[in-house]
Design a protein around this ligand. Sequence first.
Ligand SMILES: [Zn+2]
Length: 443
Amino acid sequence: MKKRTRAIRNTVFALLCCTAAVTAGQSAFVPPIVSHADTQSDLENKIKEADEKLKELDQKIAEAGTNIESNKEIQDTYWDKLVTTQNKIDLVNLSVADKEQEIVDKEAEIAAVELRISDTEERIADKEVQIEMLDRQNKENINRFGQIMHAMYITDSDDYLSIIAGSADFYDIFVRSEIMKSVNEQNLNFMHQLLADIDRLEEDQRGLEEDKKNLEYDKITLESEKDELIDQKIALDEEKKYYNDLNSSYWDEYNTYSVKIKDLETRQANLQYEKKVTQADREKAERELEEEIRRAQERAKNNTVYDTGEWAWPVSPSYTLITTYFGYDSWRGGNHGGIDIGNSGMMGANIYASKGGEVIVAKTTYIPGYDYGMYVVIDHGNGYQTLYAHCSAIYVSVGQVVNKGDCIAAVGSTGWSTGAHLHFEVRKDGGRIDPFSVVSIPQ
Ligand SMILES: [Zn+2]
């Protein structure tokens, strides 16, 4: 039962620890082995920070992109609304034009009627003049007739004459009377004619007055029709104004979104520029790091004398459980650069130098959850180096010469590791080789 639990835990180790050594597809990049540990760690941190920043920038760029998309979608809905209202405005404009034409037509009709009215008024005035003329002539006749009467029948009443002169009906009475028989036939005919003329003119005048009344009635009807058209036009103008206002508010919204989108696009472009700069910084740091490594290896090669003895097991011979071997590891789909020795209860156990040499890395600073954590690299000369990672304590310092079997550090779980174990690497001429090609599990 206990064994089984351990096996499961070891599987977890195999999956999660030492990912720093897993650099599938990036085999050219070998983690740092330098004597100038600070420069190297600064550069590593720079690269790490750049990576984090790049991740953040990518996220922000994507967010800006999503934002742009959603703003564009909203803007599209305003465009649709603009098209709809513009169609309405076009229709209303047509109606307004129609209505204006109708009003112009109506005004022309009214003008025609007014012309006929003034025409009729002129004719009425003419009739009045004629009637007045005849009237005057008639009065003269009556007057003259009265004088004749007076001469023929001497009366003593002046009132009688004034009655004759004042009344048109007088003729009717008079014409039928006995007295008229002796009146000159020519005079009488003339008077009849005069009376008939007056009657006819008055008849004409009445007819014209009737016409005028009808025309005025027509005019009133037309005016009220025109008023109605004007009301309709006002309503249409109001409708037009409503849609114009709506349209301009939609334009405002549309333009607001244009500004927003432009701002976002500018922001996105700035972020992309920042990304480019960060990438350039990262590449520069990486180049510097490579150069640093190269120089360190150069120094190591020149300084260290090769220890020709056998290789020692880097921990107590009682710890021999290999949780991950060197090479391709299907669990993580990448290469594992060393071996993991992961018996339970290893926390704090001694780590021994596998061979004599010079300590070229003794790293005690690290970012939790990343890479090797605390680790030591020893240069053994002749192109060989060993690396001991995820330590909980380090007992040596850079430049220190150690012998095979010296205790250099304590087993831990720092860096990318989920439990105490030793990640042990052997390097030859800058590349990682299978540790089992030089060291064997103690029997
Ligand atoms: Zn490992």
